[in-house]
Design a binder for this molecule. Structure first.
Ligand code: NAD
Length: 471
């Protein structure tokens, strides 16, 4: 049992004013493994005040000073990659394969930000006019529990690059990951108040940060519903927003696709992070002319996927984060059947060989229309739907018939054709014949999947504001 009972304000680990204790579970065993003492409104105000004080100096930090901090942060995260990975496996059941492939990104985002800062033109002159890209002010980062380390690191990297100070409010379900990450911030010897971390509830600490007059910008990763609430909260003080929200991404198998290879990649995209990924390819659009082949390939592939201990490198799908998600995902599996869809594979209940742990069988529905709720709502578990289409135009229409627009996947043996189709998909990112995006590319969604972009110069610009002087 571990107790996490400190928040990080003004460069110090301090006991929060908040006294509420929240339990922490290992989702693979359902065992209670610890508790976290949550920050409250008073702590949130103290963190904002510290960030505001630090901004006075840090907003004038030179390029070299910001570069030095970013490099120290990269080194601090690099030194703790194993601890960060282990925390993600233990706390939310991320598979070892996923974290070992992805965790170096948590350190790399600081190097990438440093690279941008090195050559970025913060001051531009044209005739008598000078435009300065100035730090927007004190920022807040509000993040989810899934893959939270990378989402926090990304926002912190852009804030530091811009000369902003930041208050981070991670999910109350990611306290162990947050503890390791905060130790990295501390080890990097960032000036006091530049980075503050207050784990607390969204409707408590999150509400303070999204309404506080001293917060100029909110970078949020999470659900669309909470993103909408944050926008409403932010309106009164005109906060700048970057919102990375939910998705219901289509995987379009074009009729010339290599079906076995494409289905294997589409399932990787669909079941990524145990189905708990914002950009999971959860709607597989299959050509009617090859539907039998597609269904056969799905069945064969799913039969090979190992569900179980996330720490085992051969595991493809680990448990869901908590009992609530386990029950919610099951309610969608029931709903799909009530809506008239057919189970191709999976269904209710844990896999036969697992008695405990919040494990859900990889589940794929057929006989699905794009109007069913299982095709429209984000389920956030290993539950996919297959939707048949008659021709390319219809595939594009179905792909775009969603309130979301985060990511899409197109599979074809003809790259030019795939690019042409990709150009007609309403999504922040379209991947062709691959499940993982370019880590250097800007990331974000269109429609209700969000506003703004993260990574690189696009991410930096979300923390800058042009100020003009003309003489
Ligand atoms: P969530 O929206 O429930 O919570 C996200 C964060 O918002 C948490 O820290 C929570 O405490 C906080 N919050 C809740 N209510 C708040 C309020 N009123 N004001 C301020 N903050 C509040 O999301 P979750 O369940 O933690 O994560 C899963 C969701 O995140 C999914 O919808 C997923 O698609 C999305 N997500 C999106 C991306 C992306 O990059 N687009 C990445 C990962 C996850």
């Amino acid at each position: 049992m571990r107790t996490i009972d400190k928040v990080y304000i003004d460069g110090k680990f301090v006991t929060p004013h908040g006294a509420e204790l929240a339990p922490l579970y290992n989702p693979a065993t359902e065992q209670l493994i610890g508790q976290v003492r949550l920050a409250d409104e008073t702590d949130a105000h103290a963190a904002v005040a510290a960030a505001k004080r630090a901004l006075t100096t840090f907003s004038h930090a030179t390029r070299q000073e910001r570069l030095a901090i970013l490099r120290r942060l990269s080194a601090a995260f690099t030194a703790r990659l194993d601890d960060l990975s282990n925390a993600m496996i233990e706390e939310y059941g991320a598979t070892r394969t996923l974290v070992e492939a992805g965790m170096p990104k948590a350190a790399a985002v600081f190097d990438e930000a440093a690279e941008v800062v090195e050559s970025y033109e913060f001051t531009r002159s044209d005739g008598g006019t000078t435009v300065t890209l100035a730090p927007v002010g004190v920022a807040a980062a509000i993040t989810p529990w899934n893959y939270s380390i990378v989402f926090v690191a990304q926002k912190v990297a852009s804030a530091i690059a811009a000369g902003c100070t930041i208050v981070v409010k991670p999910s109350e379900l990611s306290a162990i990951q947050t503890q390791v990450m905060t130790e990295c911030f501390d080890a990097a010897e960032v000036p006091p108040g530049v980075i503050n971390v207050v784990t607390g509830r969204g409707d408590v600490v999150g509400e303070v940060l999204t309404t506080h007059p001293d917060i100029a910008k909110v970078g949020f990763t999470g659900s669309t519903a909470v993103g909408q609430q944050i926008m409403r909260n932010a309106a009164a003080t005109m906060k700048r927003l970057t919102l990375e929200l939910g998705g219901k991404s289509p995987s379009i198998l074009l009729d010339d696709a290599d079906i076995p290879a494409s289905v294997a990649t589409a399932l990787t995209a669909g079941f990524m992070n145990n189905g708990q990924a914002c950009f999971a390819g959860t709607r597989i659009l299959a050509p009617e002319s090859r539907i039998d082949e597609v269904l056969e390939a799905i069945k064969a592939n799913v039969a090979e996927l190992k569900v179980g201990d996330p720490d085992d490198p051969s595991t493809a799908i680990g448990p869901l984060v908590n009992q609530k998600q386990f029950e919610r995902v099951h309610s969608y599996i029931r709903l799909g059947q009530e809506e008239g869809a057919k189970l191709l594979t999976g269904g209710e209940g844990r896999p036969d060989d697992l008695r405990t742990g919040w494990y859900v069988k990889p589940t794929v529905f057929t006989g699905v229309t794009n109007q069913m709720r299982i095709a429209r709502e984000e389920i956030f578990g290993p539950v996919l739907v297959v939707i048949p289409y008659s021709d390319e135009q219809e595939a594009i229409e179905i792909a775009n018939d969603t309130p979301y627009g985060l990511q899409a996947y197109v599979f074809s043996t003809d790259t030019e054709r795939a690019r042409r189709v990709a150009g007609q998909i309403e999504a922040g990112t379209v991947l062709i014949n691959r499940a993982f995006g370019d880590p250097d590319a800007p990331f974000g969604g269109v429609k209700q999947s969000g506003i703004g972009r993260e990574h690189g110069a696009y991410g930096l610009e979300g923390f800058l504001e042009p100020r003009v002087v003309t003489a």
